[in-house]
Write a new protein. Structure first.
Lengths: 545, 263
């Protein structure tokens, strides 16, 4: 094995990752691998300083010292397991959001590299890319370990965090190789079902990732890890944490055995990933058969509803784009992530209006953000294939109608699901449900129109592994405008919910609030629609070069 | 310079004094071309000579800095939708919607051109059969080879029976049978009055199928005319198009380069 080649390969892969995620960052130094090192070092030092400063302050308050010592123990023991979990999940997320077209064009496969050099280089790049998280954890636990004079335990944690990072990276290599081998056969046999399974799987992984970083869920996980880790001896990824715990309890023989086992397990994972890489060296582009039925076109539902054939064609194409492109899963997961995160964080002392205020916030946010984003990316997601639109006789109004209809219909589908969830969980009154429905409808319409307006003003057609579809500044402007519009449209409902806690609402006020909400939604939709047509007319004048 | 084919016939494409720059790069400089309906016009030139830019402007998807372009009398800047209805276009390395199947992509193209259901169905079926894509039409384009993608792009260009075909390196990656089909189809359509303008690097093809050839270099037209006219302009009677091309573009002495590379 040539370690120089391993290092060079790792740096190339890191550069690829850095440029994929920060391609629009103007400051060049932030697009270099050194930026990750600098960020990790800064995170380590900052975490150390923060925890070093707050440790005495917390300890001096009542039972704070005991609680902090408990947290230190949990942190020192749990960090390696958390890092393994984080590395695997982040790696999976990266694979998910990686545009399909880049997965089969790896020139690296044609270079004279051994499988072990590739696996080690790739794993090194993964470990390096995600180093900010372990660095933060190590900085915090170093401060706490020093405060409670458990520097010996911290050193063990540091070693096993390092082991854990590589363990996670090797697992990712195994997943990649298996995916490369199985996906082709899976898609060939599965067709539409395989795509649906991939979509649902992707949304679930994103959801788990999001939940893993929710503070309440993290707390519960940490607690259960501490109580359950003693019975987790048969789970190899828990061995690093178990080794630290055994050492903490002065069971040095079992600590040593678990430490050796952890390192051996990492070695086995490396060996397996090398063997899989050797066997499935070149990823084969998946050949996905969508249907076996003969071609039989029809007018379609949209055609019957009065849409032109071009509008209907763009609608169908964009719907397929959303459901078939794996990088789109992250967008479809937005409402689920917002709702589940908010529900996981929700604590209440009871009270109908409090429930209403909470569900209003989560409901409005989920609908508004989803409608905005799904519409904002609708132009940029055409990417290099945008020439198909430019070379076709499609009028700007037709493009706007098709894009808006899709965004709106999908948003309405999401609205319906959220509506049912909120209705089921909080059982509001019929009048409140009606308000919720029209608020959602108004938000979906206004935000979809605003999103398209921003998306046509700031499209990003560039094709990189993690395409954004809207420029960085467009994303910023869109978020600000979307929040303002969403805030204004939902203002009557919010005022009703919050003021209602102080002043008892009259029997007519809910109706007035509903009508006001609809009027605001319609007004913003009309303005944004008009601006969208203007922006798309300007955009279609010349193919971006 | 302006090339006129066949005298006073119907003008399919009129490019008048068109220029286009991308920043400091002057991609096309004061180019004029006139093509009569039913003719096949080849555009030759080294890489970066402005061929693709000229074709994109002819289609109306790039805006010229100056000059005007008309397709069958329709100004492509003033009435782009009307012009595009008459044009079938295949870009160099076409990027298709890879998440669609071949047949879904063609169905999409048929719909945006407003073909009725029956016409669309019969044409797509016929073309898929002719280009030997039947059996693969329900697979996503992402799994197609480069040649299969090219075939789909070519079918899409022919699908709505355009009056003007704008092809940028149309035979890239095609197998011999499909290339032959495309060439014969262009000839057959020319007899029906369909005009074709295409760029190519394969000089034998240009020589074999074009009524006239334009040679571009650094954004300008260096030479234009029928094969005989080009030979006489170059002072090389009886020579091949390759020899004429090399002489006109000043790239005829490649021996020293080859020798240096082989060292």
């Amino acid at each position: 094995m040539n370690l120089r080649i391993v290092y060079r390969l790792a740096m190339v892969l890191v550069i690829s990752q850095v440029r994929a995620t920060r391609s629009r960052v103007r400051l060049k130094s932030l697009r270099r691998p050194i930026a990750i090192f600098a960020a990790s070092l800064t995170a380590f030092v900052l975490a150390f300083i923060v925890f070093w400063k707050i440790a005495p302050a917390i300890s001096s308050v009542g039972e704070g010292g005991v609680a902090l010592e408990d947290l230190t123990r949990q942190g020192l023991i749990g960090l390696p397991s958390f890092v393994i979990f984080f590395t695997i999940l982040s790696g999976l997320l990266w694979e998910l959001s990686y545009s399909t077209q880049f997965s089969s064009t790896e020139i690296i496969n044609a270079l004279p590299l051994s499988a072990s050099e590739y696996v080690l280089g790739s794993s090194l790049s993964v470990a390096y890319s995600y180093s900010v998280i372990p660095a933060t954890g190590l900085g915090a636990t170093l401060a706490l370990g020093m405060y409670f004079q458990r520097i010996d335990l911290w050193m063990m944690t540091a070693v096993f965090t390092f082991v854990g990072t590589f363990l996670g990276a090797f697992v990712i290599e195994i997943v990649r190789a298996v995916m490369s081998r199985t996906s082709s056969a899976f898609y060939r046999r599965g067709g539409r079902l395989a795509i649906a399974i991939r979509l649902v799987g992707a949304v679930l992984i994103l959801l788990v990732f999001q939940l893993a970083f929710n503070y309440r869920v993290m707390y519960i996980l940490l607690q259960s890890l501490m109580t359950g880790i003693t019975v987790a001896w048969f789970i190899p990824v828990a061995w690093p944490s178990l080794a630290i715990m055994e050492s903490y309890q002065a069971n040095y023989v079992s600590a040593f055995a678990l430490a050796i086992s952890s390192i051996a397990f990492m070695g086995i994972m490396f060996w397996v990933s090398v063997k899989l890489r050797e066997r499935y060296w070149v990823p084969i582009p998946a050949s996905i058969r969508i249907s076996t039925a003969p071609y039989s076109p029809g007018i379609g539902l949209l055609g019957r509803l009065g849409f032109s054939s071009a509008e209907s064609a763009i609608f169908k194409k964009d719907f397929r784009s959303l459901t078939r492109r794996r990088e789109m899963a992250r967008l479809l997961a937005i409402p689920a992530i917002i709702l589940v995160s908010m529900l996981a964080s929700f604590t209440s002392s009871g009270g109908e209006l409090e429930f209403m205020a909470f569900s209003l916030v989560s409901f409005s946010l989920a609908v508004a953000i989803f409608s905005l984003v799904i519409s904002m990316i609708s132009i940029g997601q055409e990417a290099s294939a945008i020439w198909n639109i430019y070379s076709s006789p499609i009028a700007p109004k037709e493009l706007v109608r098709a894009k808006l209809t899709l965004g709106l219909l999908i948003s309405l589908g999401v609205l319906l699901v959220i509506f049912l969830v909120v209705g089921f969980l909080f059982r509001p009154s019929f009048e409140v449900l009606i308000l919720f429905f029209f608020l959602g409808l108004s938000l979906a319409t206004a935000e979809t129109s605003v999103g398209l307006m921003i998306g046509s003003k700031f499209p990003d057609f560039s094709e990189i592994p993690r395409s954004r579809f809207v420029t960085f500044s467009g994303g910023f402007v869109g978020t600000v405008v979307g929040l303002i519009v969403g805030g204004i449209v939902s203002a009557p409902a919010f005022i009703y919910a919050f003021l209602g806690q102080i002043f008892p609402p009259s029997e007519y006020s809910l109706g007035v609030v509903t009508v006001l909400t609809i009027l605001l939604g319609v007004a913003f939709s009309l303005i944004a629609h008009k601006l969208s047509v203007r922006k798309i007319s300007e955009l279609l004048k010349e193919l971006p070069t | 310079m302006a090339l006129q084919l066949g005298g006073a016939g119907l003008r399919a494409l009129s490019i008048n004094s068109v220029s286009k720059s991308f920043g400091p790069v002057r991609a096309v400089q004061n180019v004029s071309v006139e093509i009569e309906a039913g003719k096949i016009q080849g555009i030759l030139g080294p890489n970066g000579s402005g061929k693709s830019t000229a074709l994109k402007m002819a289609l109306g998807i790039l805006k010229p800095d100056s000059g005007s372009i008309k397709v069958y009398g329709v100004d492509v800047q003033q009435s782009p939708i009307e012009a595009k209805r008459m044009i079938g276009y295949v870009p160099e390395s076409p990027r298709l919607y890879e998440f669609l199947t071949g047949v879904e992509y063609l169905d999409f193209i048929g719909d945006v051109h407003g073909l009725d259901v029956e016409t669309k169905k019969s044409r797509i079926t016929e073309f898929l059969e002719a280009f030997e894509l039947e059996g693969r039409e329900n697979e996503m384009i992402s799994g197609y080879s480069q040649g299969m993608k090219q075939k789909i792009a070519i079918i899409a260009a022919f699908l709505h029976r355009p009056k003007l075909l704008v092809f940028d390196e149309p035979l890239n990656g095609l197998d011999p049978k499909s290339a032959r089909i495309v060439k014969d189809l262009i000839h057959k359509l020319a007899r029906d009055g369909v005009t074709t303008i295409f760029s190519t690097h394969i000089l034998e093809i240009a020589e074999a199928i074009c009524d006239a050839i334009t040679i571009m270099y650094e954004g300008r037209i260096l030479a234009e005319g029928t094969m005989q006219e080009l030979r006489s302009q170059a002072g090389m009677p009886g020579s091949t198009l390759e020899d004429v091309f090399m002489k006109v573009t000043g790239t005829n002495d490649v021996r020293s380069i080859v020798e240096a590379l082989a060292r």
